[in-house]
Structures are given as structure tokens and as C-alpha cells.
Design a protein around this ligand. Structure first.
Ligand code: DHE
Length: 505
């Protein structure tokens, strides 16, 4: 009997080892692989380092098969090497699955972490106070090139690049200028905030303010940078002088429920930041001139979620809409920021992208136009009555919209679908599409910005083999093509710092 038991034990152990060896081959230890191959660049706990954070929240814009391809073959024009010579396909698959899995404990990014990440490349006062090149400093553009994570400073008169420099990985949202146009602040999806000196063409300071960041805003008085984070759930206030940490405001609703921040904006006439919440039915206003360093939020209760914002020119009203919120009575709401009360519901088509909205005058009426991410429809709203006065049919859902007070036209792209290479030009008075431009057949054409005086329009061919295409804003004829690597947004100093009605703020 003892012999039989011993035999059974040996058999059991060998089966166990075999099955362990099998499961090891099929499901290699991703955590161990990460430590060996990824940790050095992507940081402890997948929080990012030289490379981006590898958490589901940060990777949602990259599909799993594409991520697997990056691990196999590397990513062009970055430090990311391919691992197919060292890792088996099963190991790469396992790593891919793991980086898309939720971490066991919520990642933390404390004030201490922020302080420790702070880098001052050039202390205040070390660089000269005069531009190191000659150009109209008000007519410069920053063009973000997503293809290889660079940005280009472009002369808005000659359309010649002046300087090209590396940004952090995946800059998102508009870089924000100080009022004099000397400095510009970038936010990356991984939470890095960079301060760039336009006079000296140098990145002067950087800090990691979060793990998964939405965007940043600069106070009108140039004192503070506010950073809105998904992860952790907070707003971080930095000094605009050197990006040093000032304070953190945990984003908890009136009922004490944690919320991600959808976006933060500056409201110049109000001397405050306005904050959109992802998980709370509230809007926050954060005055920044109280001088007590407290940044106490005024929490305005709203009727439903509002996570995408637009403001009227006087910043009296915020116009908000929710993404994927089917309970919403209509596409959007108008809230009076003084009273905190809703003054109107908006009838908006599809999934509005109010952040890309613009306004213009038609006769005496001020109109608001907003594209939407789901349907090929542009909603036109009278900002006096808040009625939708027109719906312009486009050849597909659009992402960005632009005009200029000096231009008779508004431009909107067709970002999604088979017509993604098209951009419509709309007459602002008749509300008719007068021309559809295809700058590069088959390649996405998106995001325009006007020059300072509105004479020219710069459009992105959103491709690694892409370009900025310059058009005469009146004749709509192409003037120049500047090759660029997946240029996304472009930002004119004058238009941004003067809150031009045809551009985003
Ligand atoms: Fe953006 C601006 C939110 C996806 C490119 N985008 C913004 C802003 C917000 C926002 C709140 C305003 C911030 C600012 O400028 O301060 N974006 C969102 C989303 O919620 C969404 C739909 C999903 C997400 O993943 O976050 C989204 N955005 C994208 C993209 O896929 C784009 C096309 C490519 C990318 O970079 O990821 C993209 N977003 C942009 C750009 C701006 C922007 C270029 C600046 C617009 C401007 O001209 O001001």
C-alpha cells in the first residue's frame, strides 16, 4: 500500500510540474518580464519614467494588437526598441495583456512625487530677455508633431520652421501661452508639464504633475498653471515661474464622491479656473487671486454630467455637454457662472465636441458652431436665444473647427470615416459649404489655425509622412506645404493670447 501511495505521489508531482511548465509557457510571468525588460524606462508599478506610463487609463488610445506590435518591433523615432529577438510571442502577448490589466492598488502620485520629478533646466534669469531670432513674435505658431513627439516653432509670415524640439510623449490639448507670448506650457497624457521659452527656444522646466493628465491651463495673471488629472483624482496647481508645486486639490464632490477631472480652463475676466468633472454632476470655479494660497473651489451643482466645455466671449456662461450620457435631457446645457443656475438646454446633434466650438457674428447675432464626434452634422446655435438655428450636414463626424474675425469662412474637418481626407469651408453668413478641400487623398486632414491677421490658414495632413498645408484664407488656394511628422494641433501666439473668437481657448 505504501509503495502504491509513493507511486501515486511521484505521478502527482510529475503531472503538477508538467502542468506548471505548460502554464508557464502559455502564460509567462508578465510581472517578472516587466521588471527585466520594461521597468528601467517605464518605471516602478508601470507609472512611467523616460517612457510613458503603462496603465489601462494611459493606453486606451492604443489598441492591444498595436501595443503588441510596438513591443515586438519598437516604436519609430523613440527610444523604444523591439523585443522580438529576446521574447517569445507568448511572452509578448502576456506582457501586452498585463499592461492592460488594472493595477491591484490605485496608483499614487503625491506632492512628494511631484516635487521629486521637478527638473529645472534653466533657472529663472539665466537666459536672455530678447528673442534669439528675428520674426514677428506674435505671429509664431507652435505645431505639435505627434508622430515622433516633437514640436516646431513656425514663422507665421514666411511659414518657415524656426526650431524643432522634442516634447514629452503624447502631448495632448492646446499648449498654453503666457499673455506676453514668451512662455508656453505643454501637458502630456502621462502628466508631464513642460515650460518652453519662445525667446530662447529652450525647455526651461518640467514636472510630472499626475499619472494620467487631461490638460493644463495658465492663469491670466501668469502666476499659476492648473493641471487637471484623471489619475490621481485631483487638480494640481504649479507656479508658472518654474513649475514648482504649489498645492493639490483633491476632487471630491459635494457628497464626498471622488471624481476625475475632465478638463480645466482659464476664465480671464473672472480671474478663475473653471473645472469640468468627469464623475460628479458639478462645475468648479477656482479663483486664483485670493492670495491665501488656498484655492478654495466654488462647487456648482449641475443637472447631469457636463464634461466638455465652451464659454461665451465674456465668460459669463459656460456651455457644457456630456459624453456618452444618455440620461441627459438634451445635448447640452448653458450655465450662468454668476448665479450657478442653468439658463437653457441646448439641442446639439450626436456627441458634441464643444471644446472645438467657435463663435462669430452674423449680422447682429452671435453664433456658436460645434462639430460632433458621432454624426456628420455641425450644430449652429444663436447665443442670444440659445436656439439651434441650423444643422449643417458634413461628409462625416468632425473633430476641430476654426475661423478668424477677419475671415468670411469657418473650416471644419471630417476626422472620422471614409472622408477623413476632406475639410469643409463654410460661409459664415449663408451657413453653406462653399468648398471641400482634399489636401492629400487618403490621409486624414484635420485641425486648422489662422495667422494673426487671418490672411492664411494652416491645415494638418495628420500622417507620419504629413505636412502643414498653408492656404490663402480668401482665395482658398494652396500657398505652401511644410513637411511634418503627424502634425496635430497648431497654435498661433496672437490668436491664443487675444482669445480670438475663431480659435479654441
Ligand atoms: Fe483631445 C484638446 C479631450 C481625443 C487631439 N481634447 C482637447 C481638450 C480636451 C480634450 C478636454 C481641451 C484641452 C485643452 O486644449 O486645454 N480629446 C479629449 C477627449 O475626451 C478625447 C475624445 C478622448 C481622449 O482620449 O481623451 C480626445 N484629442 C483626442 C484625440 O484622439 C486627438 C485627435 C489626438 C491626440 O492627441 O490624442 C486629440 N485634443 C486634441 C488636440 C487638442 C485637443 C489637437 C487641442 C485642440 C485645440 O486646437 O485647442
Amino acid at each position: 500500500m505504501k509503495k502504491l501511495l509513493r507511486l501515486f505521489f511521484v505521478f502527482f508531482i510529475s503531472v503538477l510540474f508538467q502542468s506548471m511548465a505548460f502554464s508557464e509557457a502559455v502564460q509567462p510571468n508578465a510581472k517578472k518580464l516587466y521588471k527585466t525588460y520594461c521597468n528601467v524606462c517605464h518605471g516602478d508599478n508601470r507609472l512611467g519614467g523616460m517612457g510613458p506610463a503603462l496603465l489601462p487609463q494611459n493606453l486606451k488610445r492604443l489598441r492591444q494588437p498595436a501595443a503588441k506590435g510596438v513591443i515586438e518591433n519598437g516604436r519609430d523615432a523613440t527610444q523604444m526598441p523591439g523585443f522580438s529577438d529576446r521574447l517569445s510571442s507568448a511572452e509578448i502577448q502576456s506582457l501586452t495583456q498585463w499592461i492592460y490589466s488594472e493595477p491591484k492598488v490605485d496608483p499614487k502620485w503625491s506632492a512628494r512625487d511631484i516635487r521629486q520629478s521637478h527638473i529645472i533646466h534653466y533657472p529663472d534669469g539665466e537666459l536672455g530677455d530678447k528673442p534669439v531670432f528675428s520674426a514677428d513674435m506674435q505671429n509664431l505658431f507652435i505645431v505639435v508633431e505627434l508622430g515622433d513627439h516633437h514640436a516646431t516653432v513656425l514663422d507665421g509670415d514666411t511659414f518657415e520652421p524656426i526650431h524643432r524640439f522634442q516634447t514629452r510623449f503624447a502631448v495632448h490639448g492646446g499648449p498654453k501661452y503666457t499673455q506676453d507670448g514668451r512662455y508656453v506650457f505643454f501637458a502630456s497624457r502621462d502628466g508631464w508639464i513642460s515650460k518652453f521659452d519662445m525667446y530662447n527656444l529652450k525647455t526651461v522646466a518640467e514636472v510630472r504633475a499626475g499619472i494620467n493628465t487631461r490638460n493644463a491651463a495658465v492663469s491670466y495673471d501668469g502666476q499659476y498653471v492648473a493641471v487637471g488629472n484623471y489619475l490621481p483624482n485631483n487638480l494640481v496647481i504649479l507656479s508658472a515661474k518654474d513649475l514648482s508645486f504649489v498645492t493639490e486639490i483633491k476632487t471630491e464632490s459635494i457628497e464626498g464622491k471622488k471624481s476625475r477631472v475632465s478638463a480645466v480652463y482659464t476664465a480671464p475676466p473672472r480671474n478663475s479656473f473653471i473645472v469640468a468633472m468627469k464623475d460628479a454632476t458639478e462645475i468648479w470655479e477656482l479663483p486664483y487671486t485670493a492670495g491665501d494660497g488656498q484655492f478654495t473651489p466654488r462647487k456648482i451643482k449641475t443637472d447631469g454630467y457636463l464634461d466638455d466645455f465652451f464659454f461665451d466671449p465674456g465668460y459669463k456662461h459656460v456651455i457644457g455637454s456630456a459624453r456618452n450620457d444618455t440620461d441627459q435631457p438634451s445635448g447640452g446645457q448653458v450655465i450662468d457662472l454668476d448665479t450657478g443656475k442653468k439658463v437653457a438646454n441646448l439641442d446639439l446633434a450626436g456627441m458634441p465636441h464643444l471644446g472645438s466650438g467657435i463663435t462669430w457674428l452674423r449680422g447682429k447675432e452671435r453664433l456658436l458652431a460645434t462639430p460632433n464626434l458621432k454624426d456628420g452634422v455641425l450644430s449652429i446655435i444663436d447665443m442670444n436665444s440659445w436656439e439651434t438655428i441650423d444643422r449643417i450636414k458634413t461628409n462625416g463626424p468632425g473633430f476641430f473647427m476654426r475661423s478668424h474675425a477677419n475671415s468670411p469662412y469657418a473650416w471644419v474637418d471630417v476626422f472620422f470615416g471614409p472622408n477623413k481626407d476632406q475639410v469643409h469651408v463654410i460661409d459664415k453668413q449663408s451657413l453653406k459649404i462653399v468648398k471641400t478641400i482634399i489636401p492629400a487623398p487618403g490621409k486624414t486632414a484635420a485641425h486648422v489655425e489662422f495667422t494673426k491677421n487671418g490672411s492664411h490658414v494652416l491645415l494638418s495632413v495628420w500622417d507620419v509622412d504629413g505636412a502643414i498645408v498653408v492656404y490663402d484664407a480668401v482665395t482658398l488656394k494652396e500657398v505652401k506645404r511644410v513637411p511634418m511628422n503627424k502634425p496635430s494641433g497648431k497654435y498661433n501666439v496672437y490668436n491664443k493670447t487675444h482669445y480670438e473668437e475663431g480659435t479654441s481657448h
